[in-house]
Design a protein around this ligand. Sequence first.
Ligand code: PSV
Ligand code: MN
Ligand code: MN
Length: 426
Amino acid sequence: MKIEQNHIQDTNNKNLKSHQEHFDFLSHNLSNKGANVNAIIKKLQDFQVAIPSWALGAGGTRFGRFSFYGEPSSLEQKIEDVGLIHSLTQTAGAVSLHIPWDIPQDYNAIKELASGLDIKFDAVNSNTFQDQKNAKESYKYGSLSNTSEAVRQQAIQHNLDVINIGNKLGSKSLTVWLADGSCFPGQNNFQTALQNTENSLKDIYKGLPTDWSMLIEYKPYEPNFYSTVIQDWGTSFMLANACGDKAYSLVDLGHHLPNSNIEQIVSILMLKGKLGGFHFNDSKYGDDDLTVGSIKPYALFLIFNELVYGMQNNPQNPDLAWMIDASHNVKDPLEDLIQSLEAIQEAYAKALLVDQDVLKAAQLNNDVVKCQEILQDAYRTDVRPLLAEARSKKGGALNPIQAYRSLDVRNSLIKERGKNTVATGL
Ligand code: PSV
Ligand code: MN
Ligand code: MN
């Protein structure tokens, strides 16, 4: 299924008058406050977030999985689904592949399909947290950190193979997330596990093409419940430094212990030029992988405030690889992703409203109340008309969820693909 431009236009026409009124009111108010509305809209239009190939089907938990029907069962269909989201939101112009879940068969055909839908290949993700069919060695007791040299070599080789696959597609970065760790005290020697991991990452790094980067993701627990080898940003930062200039930390919002100050982590990593990638989701308890902005939207805004500051003031930090890393147990995955994209753009737009010069002056005056007022004034602004304006000017929908429903996308997918579908992934 493909959504035609004139269909989006038809749905937009119904909302046009009310959108225009809201947008005019907001842009008038923001301009009076000194904001450059056109510049903000341009930034929103340029901000593209990758959709992971494993998030297009219904997720599940270890207790069960409930299909949403019409799910994509091939890489081609997954890319088509990203295309559907992108045509409505104009924000999902990239896909991030997980290998070996989504190994392309015909590279040229896949590249052609993606470029026809205006979709780029972002970071490729390796997988050494599951045993693969016919693999000689098992990752039961770790991969890059394993005490067995043969297991480490297999995991290193897998990462090199993933780079090779990504290279053929035009990707420019490899994301490494390790499940390595231990479930019980005494099971592992912490120092040996970290040293093995560092050596293995250095071997992968040697195989990185010159214009590539390696993104090292951290996570405090799960699937191992006593220790994780790359448990926090400090460990990831240390490993990235040990590998070299092209290695960076990757922050996943769900990978922190409760109440961690993620905005401060983001800020410090950018100051040091070492924040390379970002995974969006939301959570209440752990790595819940809920819809972005559904639980802690103010925290998301504060994080974006630091990201915007870093993007404006830290030329030492590279452009980031943005990706949604969420899972959907009870929602239509495509609707859920559209909601996440909206929340991301909303937090970004609000952060762009913060006048960094005025904030700096208030900070220098130690005017604590004013500092808070500046942030909260931006946060309390309803920026949704800016988002609608940005995407509709590019051919997207004024209201993507409404358009998705009125175009009956899910039912068309079910008609096309049937009810008995299971997308690969977690
Ligand atoms: C691990 O929890 C993670 O966030 C990593 O990014 C993985 O690549 C992804 O989920 C899917 O397993
Ligand atoms: Mn992640
Ligand atoms: Mn995760």
